[in-house]
Design a protein around this ligand. Structure first.
Ligand SMILES: [Zn+2]
Length: 266
């Protein structure tokens, strides 16, 4: 566990992998009520890992904080699998953009928390139900898997959408965040530079795909082999998802067409 600010702590689950980096980051945000009590929100519960779930529950119990709710940045399993175990310890309702949870989240909602509130920002791209949360008072933007501490987010079709993602990144820039607290990886202390880097990275991949197709039709595997030749082979599956998400965006823009498994410029 480590502090992001006086009111925000991070619990990192022990589920490292190439996709989850050094584990899923879960955050407790606390606010003081008018009656002088402390309420808390948990952003993502992480995997169903007994030590991780117990550590979060113990932290709240020792301080006698009331867990007001659980907010989900999206519903991929590395962020949600611990919900059931957590439910045995607390009755806190679960808020998510996707239906089927206790409370729906919508873009622009404000989740009140004592003397502060978290703004809900719908940020589809990595998944359709991705949301970010902005704590105005602390200047902290919680991004889930929309922005990661290191590397880039996986955009896998059909759910992943590069155009929606670029719009979301652009919108996130309008929040004057001092810090980004991502779903995986270290805290980001230069939010604007990171968002610009993320946008530029996507546009660069798109330029690379167009440049490759200039020499003739290619399959997704051909494009991955060329564009990601410096990248470890274990990540080529995710790279293929990303290339196909970009091709889909280019197809919708009328710039490329697919014939069987070959893609070419129009
Ligand atoms: Zn994740």
């Amino acid at each position: 566990m480590f502090h992001i600010t006086d009111h925000i702590v991070c619990f990192r689950a022990h589920n490292p992998s190439p996709m989850t980096l050094d584990g899923t980051n879960c955050y407790i945000v606390s606010g003081r009520t008018a009656a002088g009590l402390t309420n808390a929100l948990l952003i993502d519960v992480g995997p169903d890992e007994p030590a991780h779930v117990a550590a979060i529950a113990a932290y709240l119990r020792e301080r006698e904080w009331r867990l007001q709710g659980i907010l989900l940045t999206h519903t991929h399993r590395d962020h949600t699998d611990g919900l059931e175990s957590f439910h045995r310890l607390t009755a806190a309702p679960v808020h998510a953009f996707k239906s089927g949870y206790d409370h729906p989240l919508r873009d622009g909602d404000q989740v009140a928390l004592g003397d502060r509130a978290l703004v809900v920002i719908h940020s589809p791209g990595h998944a359709g139900d991705c949301v970010c949360f902005y704590d105005e008072r602390e200047g902290v933007l919680f991004t889930g898997d929309t922005v990661l501490g290191v590397g880039t987010s996986v955009i896998a079709p059909p759910e992943g959408d590069v155009s929606a993602y670029l719009d979301a990144l652009q919108r996130l820039k309008s929040f004057p965040a001092k810090v980004i607290a991502p779903g995986h990886g270290p805290i980001i202390t230069r939010p604007r530079a990171k968002l610009d880097e993320y946008i530029e990275h996507r546009l660069m991949r798109e330029r690379q795909i167009i440049a490759e197709l200039q020499s003739g039709p290619k399959t997704i595997a051909d494009l991955v082999a060329e564009i990601y030749k410096e990248v470890d082979k274990s990540l080529h599956r995710a790279a293929a998802w990303s290339v196909s998400a970009h091709l889909e965006r280019l197809r919708q823009a009328g710039k490329v067409i697919a014939e069987a498994d070959q893609w070419r410029l129009r």
